[in-house]
Design a protein around this ligand. Sequence first.
Ligand code: GLU
Length: 513
Amino acid sequence: MTEREVRVRFAPSPTGPLHIGGVRTALYNYLLARKLGGKMLLRIEDTDQNRFVPGAENYILEALAWCGIVIDEGVGPGGPHAPYRQSERKPMYKQYADQLIASGHAYYAFDTPEELDTMRARLQAAKVPNPQYNSITRAQMRNSLTLPEDEVKQLLDGGAPYVIRLKVPRKEEVRFQDLIRGWVVVHSSAIDDKVLMKSDGMPTYHLANIVDDHLMEISHVIRGEEWLPSAPLHVLLYRYLGWESTMPQFAHLPLLLKPDGTGKLSKRDGDKLGFPVFPLEWHGLDGETGEPTVSRGYREDGYLPEAFINFLAFLGWNPGSQQEIFSMDELIAAFSIERVSKSPARFDQNKVKWYNEHYLRAKSNAELAPYLLAALTEHGIACSQEKAEQIVGVMKERVSFPKDFWQEAKYFFQAPDSYDEQVISKKWNPQVAAALVAYADALPSAAEPTAEGLKGLFTQTMEAQGLKTGQVLQALRVAVTGAGAGPDLFETLVILGTEEVATRLRTAVTALG
Ligand code: GLU
């Protein structure tokens, strides 16, 4: 037998912004596809029109592009199995439901919503823990298994509303091998007679998903753990449709937990826990009030996509070594489904920040300068590319996000209007003030306006004043920048220029006495 081509799919439903768990699913699919030389598909599962949210599909495409997850086939690039939106594939599914009816694996059900409610109420009253339409209850309902054949025909011919349900066997073990969890065995009594076709002629998720995975020749289904309970039903569908020999391999990814491990990280947690749960900012409407809402995104919060992806890759997978920093190409080379964990992964806010700091510092000054320049333009401040590069160069060890450059580097453009009080109360005195004036006087004579040169001049001046540099250094920093801490002080003075430093020193001495 020839090796099967690896074809994986990311199959989100456009019901809102993509949660980071969804991005992780897309990422693992992508890593496996690239690692094994296969294809990554994007299919939009929009059969549930009630949950359709405008803008969600675009959001998904934009988020994947920002993350560097490239779609080979599907919504976006197109491909031989187009269309890739299930709503546009609607006419394709009916024949498979009909096939299941013809082979006795599915049936028509004519029950009205009221009849279904009555059935549930009756079962609840009888203390049945989980009332379901299944191999036992179906015998009391109005369907093509209980009604006489001619009545069924009459109903169908007369256009009576119906759904098509899968006829799940009563006593059978359904088993399949999950690439992450090993053998999964479920008794068919735990599976209900799921609806495959709705009364509006739309397939449900279950039917459409199996038909499409089959037609699109998907080799691996990698998805979140929340789909594990549906997998036995999907196995039955493959079997009854005669597709079991090409059934994809399943891999159900571990849950993502809140940082404290108390439960699943949900779409609503981001706002409550103070970090984004979406890759990009989302502008939506509140489900209850209909008011416009904005949910934070990693991109807008200043995370670099490399950091976000590196962090996500480790939420449920590890390379089996100490290495923590992986570019996308390195992830592709190192990834394997075998190293994906069964146990849930805890979200770690500090870790994603740590990754961001790492990737930020790894960037060249020329790459980082535009972030500062953009903020300066916004504030109407002119600055050369060269100066911006110098500033981000001294600042990058001290910031976590590109937007911090402006906040932290303001004093390069604006003289301080206040001085760190703690430092002043401990380090400022008339002798120090006089020494700083002496330094201001000496600055124009600095032979070399380099960090080394200005430091040498400072040491000399302090010696002449009878002071040790350690007694004045902090006061010098506060007088020039206003802040008690910052990047290398003499580098800072070089960037500011000796004239500006001298002016600021005199202003500080006048202000502080
Ligand atoms: N449409 C499903 C979702 O939104 C896809 C599940 C699957 O991958 O089979 O998660």
